[in-house]
Design a protein around this ligand. Structure first.
Ligand code: FES
Length: 141
């Protein structure tokens, strides 16, 4: 288990998290290569199926990164995303899957270092948890 490297999918809003990731790149800050960034126009566009498909496709952890609360360019997209993430976290728990395999983060476009912090924090967390139970179950079948 010690050589386990998680696969993480990050659904990032183009106005904040994606721009912050860009800024991190410009600042030559590095985040773990485990994190695969998926651009979405706003976290309000995040659908629970995106996360389920990601898990089904082999992700060990998924996070949604949106604008700071109150600054969504589509007004309440990040609040709607937060509700969906919280709902799905509870559903994961009922399936016996650690709810922390799904999280939501908020940041602004100017927070490149914060983006890196979140990516590191989440990668460490999932690395500690080990492979996704979805993955383990599908390998056993
Ligand atoms: Fe960034 Fe809505 S535009 S979360």
């Amino acid at each position: 288990m010690s050589d386990f490297e998680p696969r993480i999918i990050a659904f990032c809003c183009q106005y904040c998290a994606y721009s912050a990731a860009d800024m991190a790149g410009s600042m030559r800050l590095q985040y773990p290569p485990n994190v695969e960034v998926v651009l979405i126009p706003c976290t309000g566009r995040f659908d629970m199926l995106f996360a389920l498909k990601a898990f089904e496709g082999g992700a060990d952890g998924v996070y949604v990164a949106g604008c700071l609360e109150g600054t969504c360019h589509f007004l309440d997209g990040n609040f709607r995303a937060k509700q969906r993430v919280n709902y799905l976290r509870k559903e994961l728990a009922t399936l016996g899957v650690e709810e922390d395999r799904l999280r939501m983060y908020n940041l602004s476009a100017s927070q490149g270092p914060r983006f890196v912090e979140f990516a590191n924090e989440f990668t460490d967390l999932i690395r500690e948890m080990g492979p996704s139970p979805f993955k383990v179950k599908s390998q056993a079948a």
